[in-house]
Design a protein around this ligand. Structure first.
Ligand code: SF4
Length: 479
């Protein structure tokens, strides 16, 4: 039932994928409209908070502190969750996580599972693994259901079907639910999904969820959502399996006070999510009788070891950076070839892939800083992007000493020029002579020959000044 998962290992490089995406006018219109609506809502509710900047700083401090003591807090979470009756599993990578979940579902005896929207399960390609084992995953979040029925891929962290409009959703529901008379009113579409899912909620015995936060102090798990489908999945089935990245942990219960103000405002422009579920282990008289948590590493510890990009793990997956990004708003999410699109995808995906794949993603940004401005936990995305670009260049040149890399040659030449005043002055004279025929009447250069043309493909250069400050100073001394 699910389409092929987005896989950065096989996806086209971003420039090619973006070019293809840009030719889809309807998708671009849908993405522009949806991101504008969410951004306006976010701006309204953020403006109500006189201490928004202090809250952001508090969020940043909590996340930074957590990452410094991640091992301690994860063990604390494991102890407390186990004490409350939960079973904690550790998964080194996606393959291990898939195997654990599939085995657990098989052990529960279920042939189908209901699912709450979870980017972590998308990251590990869980649906395909379940289907491969003869288990039917049923997405219960409205947007995820649209994606699943349409055999599509998520394009946004919070609103996975953001690239679809109402007419397109109606067509999917008409076809897949056999509802030929269905209207395109949001209420009609929600009613159709509700009827479709209600029967599944009542009969399916196993649920799979993600987690917004894990609380070390109590061993509790927190999921926030807007539709109530999550609450049904968390309370009705007999077995609940939660899969969460190890970065989702928070030290104390009271840290939620900060996070549950930052997250809904940044994600959906709501003051508070309509459904905030927090549960700890199992309870004999209420909710699932069996509860498992799978803690997923999948390269997160490698990211943690890199001081300059560690802040990536502070992310609380609000998608505010996606909505604000001028690149994402033009290309939509699929061009990123990963479940994590937009600025957070541009820094997270290459690192999850340990820089082996998705090397074009750190360049999928104009470095305008809009993502940094809206990030509720103040992740300096442009700083991480530059760090990753650096790594890409080093990786592409260091392992192959004889390999010709125009960028490496240019940087070496520049370093030699900057090291000597004589060479620097000679280069300036040469530059002035060479640029003559290239300068347009307005004083700009928009074409350079050969490999240098890569630079002017997307930027104009200003003509060099006729006289440098030093020349002027020397002349003045002589006068
Ligand atoms: S990087 Fe910041 S703005 Fe982007 S999804 Fe993560 S928390 Fe939200």
């Amino acid at each position: 039932m699910s389409g092929g998962a987005l896989d950065p290992r096989t996806a086209s490089a971003f420039p090619m994928a973006a070019k293809a995406a840009m030719s889809d006018g309807q998708m671009r219109k849908n993405v522009r409209h949806a991101t504008e609506v969410i951004q306006a809502k976010r701006a309204r509710v953020v403006a109500e908070m006189p201490d928004w900047q202090e809250l952001r700083e508090a969020g940043k401090q909590i996340r930074q502190h957590t990452m410094l003591y991640l091992d301690v807090y994860l063990e604390q979470f494991e102890d407390n969750c186990s004490r409350a009756g939960g079973v904690v599993h550790w998964a080194r990578d996606a393959e291990e996580a898939r195997k654990i979940v599939v085995d657990l579902v098989k052990a529960s005896g279920s042939r189908d599972v209901i699912k709450i929207k979870s980017m972590t399960t998308e990251e590990i390609g869980l649906n395909r693994a379940l289907e491969g084992a003869g288990i039917q995953p049923i997405e219960t979040d409205l947007a995820e259901l649209i994606i699943q029925l349409g055999k599509d891929q998520p394009s946004h962290i919070v609103v996975p079907a953001l690239h679809k409009n109402r007419q397109q959703i109606r067509e999917i529901f008409q076809r897949e639910m056999n509802l030929l008379e269905l209207g395109e009113d949001p209420q009609d579409l929600a009613d159709a999904a509700r009827k479709f899912l209600r029967e599944k909620f009542l009969h399916v015995k196993t649920a799979v969820s993600g987690a917004n936060f894990l609380i070390a102090e109590t061993g509790g798990v927190c999921v926030v959502e807007s539709e109530g489908n999550g609450r049904m999945c968390l309370t009705l089935p007999e077995t609940l399996i939660t899969i969460a990245g190890i970065d989702k942990v928070l030290p104390r219960f009271r840290d939620l006070e900060v996070m549950l103000q930052l997250l809904p405002r940044s994600a959906t422009g709501e003051r508070m999510n309509p459904y905030n579920s927090i549960w700890t282990g199992v309870n004999a008289s209420d909710g699932p009788r069996v509860f498992h948590v799978v803690l997923l590493d999948n390269a997160r510890t490698t990211i943690l070891a890199d001081h300059e990009s560690r802040q990536t793990l502070n992310c609380i997956r609000c998608a505010a950076c996606q909505n604000a990004c001028p690149v994402y708003r033009q290309t939509g999410g699929h061009a990123y070839g990963s479940v994590y699109a937009g600025p957070i995808g541009a820094i997270l995906t290459p690192q999850l892939m340990e820089m082996h794949h998705a090397q074009s993603l750190p360049y999928a940004s104009s470095l305008c800083g809009a993502c940094y401005e809206v990030c509720p936990v103040k992740i300096n995305i442009p700083e991480v992007l530059i760090h990753l670009r650096n790594k890409v260049v080093r990786r592409n040149t260091s392992g192959f000493p004889g390999m010709f890399s125009p960028e490496a040659v240019a940087m070496k030449a520049l370093a030699a020029i900057f090291r000597s005043e004589k060479r620097f002055r000679a280069a300036q004279r040469l530059g002035r002579m060479a640029e003559g025929p290239l300068v347009r009447k307005d004083g700009w250069i928009n074409w350079l020959p050969g490999v240098l043309g890569g630079w002017t493909k997307s930027r104009d250069l200003q003509e060099m000044p006729k006289e440098t400050f030093r020349d002027w100073w020397d002349k003045r001394g002589k006068a």
